[in-house]
Design a protein around this ligand. Structure first.
Ligand code: ADP
Length: 288
């Protein structure tokens, strides 16, 4: 696959104290209770966490499908809560691409795989950084070259999922958001999808966010962000797990760590010339 255009810069992301409520008849459901998150332009990361923790809400906020109830979201130069509905639509048509988990929600069922990808590329017309890939190349990369002329409605769920991802990548978005991109795929197709996500990130510089339960996707990403109970619960970098200090000073610990350090545990704050570490007194006693 050749790249003919210069890389289109990715969008950086800043969440500051983001709260999101869904109103319901029994009272508001608090989906996010103060998410702080900083992502550099051109980062690629997986958003992890148990069901109901708030991952899809983060994705919907990033795509401008929802507006935060409180807090600030900056995506590149855009302050999301200040954009009109029209501006949000335009952003999604041009710079931000969202691939929903249910492929049929992303695709035109009576058009062919190839036509769906061409349609997705229309948003990028007239842009300085145009998509460097032809539909046939994208489908080939996902092992679907032979199915380019098939109507989407006649494809299997896994095939539709791959067409949806190819369509999401096709417009060379500055921010690509994918929800469970491998949920219907076998190992080989899964690896091809991971490769395509890496490719748009590395060749074009797009920021790529994948919500996933798939450990293979999580391991393939240089960074993981875990959402737990509506907050950023932990971060992973190159396979190492980190707890995150929120802007309000609170530290979210993974549940298995909480079993060892239950609420109320005192951690010893030790200052050094090079910084600070928090020590579990039990371990300190053990070391002595
Ligand atoms: P995840 O993607 O991690 O499964 P979600 O972001 O979908 O989590 O949901 C977070 C919380 O918000 C859950 O408690 C869920 O039940 C609730 N929620 C999500 N969407 C709605 C909605 N449209 N109306 C009411 N509650 C919702």
């Amino acid at each position: 696959m050749t790249v003919e255009t210069s890389p289109s810069p990715g969008l950086d992301i800043h969440f500051d104290g983001v709260v999101h409520l869904y109103p319901s008849q029994e009272g508001d459901v608090v989906a996010l209770r103060g998410v702080d998150l900083d992502v550099e332009a051109g980062e690629e990361f997986a958003l992890l966490g148990p069901s109901g923790s708030g991952k899809s809400t983060v994705l919907a906020l990033l795509a401008g499908l929802q507006r935060p109830s409180a807090g600030q979201i900056l995506i590149g130069p855009y302050e999301m809560s200040k954009l009109s509905n029209r501006q949000l639509l335009r952003l999604r048509a041009t710079e931000v691409s969202l691939v929903l988990q249910d492929p049929s929600r992303n695709l035109l069922p009576y058009a062919t795989a190839s036509q769906n990808i061409e349609f997705a590329q229309r948003g990028a017309r007239g842009r300085k950084h145009r998509p460097p890939w032809r539909p046939a190349e994208l489908l080939e990369q996902l092992g679907m070259g032979a199915l380019a002329g098939r109507t989407v409605a006649t494809l299997s769920g896994g095939e539709q999922q791959r067409v949806a991802i190819a369509s999401g990548v096709a417009s060379a978005p500055r921010l690509l958001l994918v929800d469970e991109p491998t949920s219907q795929l076998d190992t080989r197709s899964r690896d091809q999808v991971i490769e395509l996500l890496h490719k748009i990130n590395r060749q074009l510089g797009s920021t790529v966010v994948s919500v996933t339960h798939d450990q293979a996707v999580a391991h393939a990403m240089p960074r993981t962000v875990t959402i737990r109970d509506g907050r950023v619960g932990a971060e992973g970098r190159k396979g190492e797990e980190y707890a995150v200090v929120g802007r309000d000073g609170s530290v979210q610990l993974p549940p298995d760590v909480l079993e060892i350090l239950p609420p109320g545990t005192l951690l010893h704050v030790r200052r050094h010339a090079a910084g600070v570490d928090l020590r579990n007194p039990e371990l300190e006693r053990h070391d002595q």
